[in-house]
Design a protein around this ligand. Structure first.
Ligand SMILES: [Fe+2]
Length: 348
């Protein structure tokens, strides 16, 4: 019986019955089923943009208010307007913009949440992971997988700013959050500079390599290599109608995504190209590496400039128009959805 068809007497009877159920920690599925199992994805996540021209001065203001060490991490969280105060940019993911000033160290810790860093500004500051210092330059992707010790240091003369992506909400959903701090502000450097790149970043693998884990052993993916691959493909391959040229960052031992919970990717939309509408079940966070253009997400249009960030909610149509060669870094929870057999895409 539909609730609106009930008589007053029935309604009171239902209410009394539901109260008795509630007292025993039960509830009637028929009142909520339509909202639990929807015909298509329904999300509170909204399209949103953070222009670097707005973010940077506010971030720099924080440098005078709190040090990286006091803050543990000096970050402005990018909050999805559809998820106020949830510290989430999508339902599953967190994103923030982090600043480390010259001479500062963001101290060592490790946590069950996996993190990726996409460098927006600065040259040569470092993230240390597993005893290896990884230099950070604009457009580089640096990984700090789950439960790996990491600290950040800026021994250069200029600020470094990057976008953090973490699987915080996903880990929270599973109640699997742990963090550990260290007595040592910075971890000991035990590996030579370039160690993981030499072992895993040259299309070679150590001959007697230990079994792979789900996390890539390659901790830094330089921008110049990704960019040159995109440029070659732009010149010599067909362009995807929905993406232009889009590549994912791979785990060198397995060929799978570089991380199990977050899938980083990079795409080039050639100058003048307008993509066909596209949607997928993974809500995605984008940062502009290069170029200018326009993105339309649902009914919202954002003009894009370098270092701007925007988010496209799950299962919402999006299309891009590149005014000049537009390079976008992106990450989403697609690896999780694929493993669970949930991921879908739709091409307009
Ligand atoms: Fe961290």
């Amino acid at each position: 019986m539909e609730p609106q068809a009930r008589s007053r007497t029935d309604t009171e009877e239902f209410a009394r019955y539901y109260a008795r159920l509630g007292a025993k920690n039960m509830a009637p599925l028929w009142e909520v089923l339509k909202n639990l199992v929807t015909r298509e994805p329904v999300t509170p996540v909204l399209p949103a943009q953070w222009k670097f021209a707005d973010v940077r001065p506010l971030l720099m203001e924080s440098a005078a208010m709190i040090s990286a060490e006091q803050a543990e991490r000096r970050v402005l969280v990018l909050e999805n307007p559809g998820l106020p105060r949830a510290s989430s940019i999508t339902h599953s993911l967190y994103a923030g913009i982090q600043l480390v000033m010259p001479g500062e160290v963001a101290p060592q810790h490790r946590h069950s949440q996996a993190a990726l860093r996409y460098v927006l500004e600065g040259n040569g500051a470092t993230t240390t992971v597993d005893g290896e210092r990884l230099e950070m330059y604009p457009g580089d992707l640096v990984l700090t997988p789950s439960w790996h010790w990491h600290d950040h240091q800026n021994e250069t003369k200029e600020p470094i700013i990057w976008m953090d992506g973490l699987d915080i909400a996903l880990v929270s959903l599973l109640d699997a959050s742990f963090i550990e701090h260290s007595n040592r502000k910075e971890q000991e450097v035990t590996q030579a500079k370039g160690a993981s790149r030499a072992k895993y970043g040259a299309n070679l693998l150590p001959i007697d390599d230990s079994p792979a884990t789900l996390n890539s052993p390659l901790m830094r993916y330089p921008y110049e290599e990704a960019r040159s691959s995109l440029e070659h493909l732009k010149a010599h391959s067909d362009w995807d109608a929905c993406h232009g040229i889009r590549m994912r960052y791979a785990h060198p031992q397995t060929g799978d995504w570089a991380m199990p919970t977050m899938g980083p990717a990079i795409q080039l939309v050639p100058k003048g190209f307008a993509t066909a509408p596209y949607r997928s079940t993974d809500g995605a966070v984008f940062a502009v590496a290069e170029g200018h253009g326009v993105v339309t997400v649902a009914d919202t249009t954002f003009k894009l400039a370098p270092k701007d960030v925007f988010v496209a909610p799950p299962w919402v149509w999006r299309k891009l128009h590149a005014e000049d060669n537009l390079v976008l870094f992106t990450f989403s929870d697609r690896p999780v959805q694929e493993k669970l057999g949930l991921w879908r895409e739709d091409r307009g």
